[in-house]
Design a binder for this molecule. Structure first.
Ligand SMILES: [Zn+2]
Length: 464
């Protein structure tokens, strides 16, 4: 990093914090659309604030109908690099904030407030990196376009809009994830299936069952109502599942409610969880009902085996060297009156295609007597590890963070998932705890500064 750039940041650091404070003050949570404000007033105000700062610092700016804003370092030069940040935030949530969520609070070297790390702090760091480079007078040979979006948290329709309107630069990085570089994001399928369970006609029977609340998480709890069993024999059957928590509650009409507790986790890392839904299916499948219901759950348990997070039992497992193994989570169960409905989340390696995976799922589900109702998804995303772009960013990270690093493959999707040539670069350093999306979201002032240095170094390597 050129000494002039570093000095500029060190001389303007309190101004950076002040600008971040102004952005945090704006509760840019998605709201009702208004004229020129496709995501409501909050995100629109945050975009205006950011573009106002950029303009004040001498940049060429443009507001693209309230979806995104663009800030150009040298618009007269060819644009070869894009940087992408977002200014919308998730709601503050109800509990546990020690300070006001929409006010920047600094304590013990950390800045607190909704959006400080996701993604307003990194956005200010990018703006100041561009500012430092501009003020340094170093000979820039290419333009960098800073794209600030306002709908990342609700599906990134901002980027879809912008892509329709303008060509994206051939290389884009977003500091909306973690270091060092994420160059691979698995593909994803969210599926729904149904199967006939047989009606609960027996004197010993499973009457209803359900579990899970969202499709992209390992379900923590699941429960069922059974008839004709006493709590002692139900407890005996539970001994085969020592990793799950069980409780048995007699109901008013003489049935028993079976409650199972596992452990939640994000669907992209199911091995960290313990799936209560697959646990419930496996458990119910062992009960000696005198009708078809237990057999139906046993059949589901053979397709979605408990503790199988790789789709092996269903027959859809896949893996490759770049992105690792496919993950599969049976996340929502709903059984009532003869029909079992299920939803699942699958993250598949980049060597597989969405079309190919859909075919596999359709066939596998059919072979277990289930019918696929929907199989929505997105293709995987990859920027080759040996590309100049990835190698340059890794070198920059290594230089600033004193060591060599390997790029990351993840099961989740980042802001650049649908952008060709896009990678995530920052802003979280390994081991940092920033409470993203939670109460007391924070960003250390040291990391804020270090991120700015990192972006300056990246700009010096990529556009000079
Ligand atoms: Zn974000």
């Amino acid at each position: 990093m050129h000494i002039k750039c570093r000095q500029f940041i060190d001389n303007h650091f309190s101004e950076m914090v002040r600008d971040l404070a102004a952005l945090v003050e704006i509760p840019s949570v998605k709201g009702e659309p208004e004229e020129g404000m496709p995501f409501g007033k909050g995100p629109a105000d945050a975009l205006e604030c950011m573009l106002g700062l950029a303009k004040k610092y001498g940049f060429h700016t443009q507001n693209h109908e309230g979806y995104v804003g663009t800030i150009d370092l040298a618009p007269e030069l060819p644009t070869t690099l894009g940087i992408l940040c977002h200014l919308d935030v998730v709601p503050a949530g109800k509990k546990d904030w020690r300070s006001l969520p929409f006010s920047l609070y600094i304590s013990g070297g950390k800045m607190y407030g909704r959006g400080v790390i996701d993604n307003k702090g990194p956005a200010i760091a990018v703006l100041y990196a561009m500012r430092a480079l501009k003020e340094s007078g170093l000979p820039i040979t290419q333009n960098v376009r800073f794209i600030v979006g306002t709908d990342e948290e609700s599906g990134s329709s901002d980027i879809a809009y912008y892509k329709n309107k303008e060509a994206l630069p051939p290389r884009v990085f977003t500091p909306d994830a973690e270091y060092p570089v994420i160059n691979i994001e698995k593909g994803r399928i969210r599926g729904e299936f149904s199967t006939y369970s047989g009606f609960a006609v027996g004197s010993r029977s499973i009457l209803s069952a359900n579990g899970g609340t969202v499709v992209n998480a390992v379900p923590e709890t699941a429960s069922a109502i059974v008839r004709g069993f006493n709590t002692a024999e139900l407890g005996e059957a539970a001994r085969a599942f020592p990793s799950l928590g069980f409780s048995f509650v007699p109901t008013e009409n003489g049935h028993v409610q079976v409650n199972i507790t596992g452990r939640s986790a994000h669907a992209s890392q199911p091995e960290r969880g313990n799936n209560a839904v697959t646990g419930l299916c496996a458990y119910l499948g062992t009960l000696p009902t005198d009708d078809e219901t237990a057999g139906s759950f046993a059949r589901i348990a053979s397709a979605f085996a408990h503790n199988d997070t790789k789709g092996e039992s269903l027959g859809v497992a896949a893996k490759d060297k770049e992105s690792g193994a496919l993950t599969l989570v049976f996340s929502i169960l709903d059984y009532n009156e003869g029909i079992i409905n299920g939803k699942f989340d699958c993250r598949f390696p980049v060597s597989e295609t969405l079309g190919g995976m859909r075919e596999k799922f359709t066939q596998s589900l059919t072979s277990f007597g289930m019918r696929a109702i929907s199989l929505d998804g997105v293709e995987g995303h990859i920027v080759p590890e040996d590309s100049d772009f990835v190698q340059t960013l890794l070198r920059v990270y290594g230089k600033m963070n004193y060591g060599t690093a390997k790029p990351l493959a993840i099961g989740g999707g980042t802001y650049v998932h649908d952008i060709e040539g896009g990678v995530a670069f920052g802003a979280e350093f390994p081991g940092e705890v920033n409470n993203m999306h939670g109460a007391n979201e924070c960003f250390s002032t040291a990391s804020f500064r270090k991120n700015t240095y990192m972006f300056i170094e990246a700009l010096e390597q990529l556009i000079i």
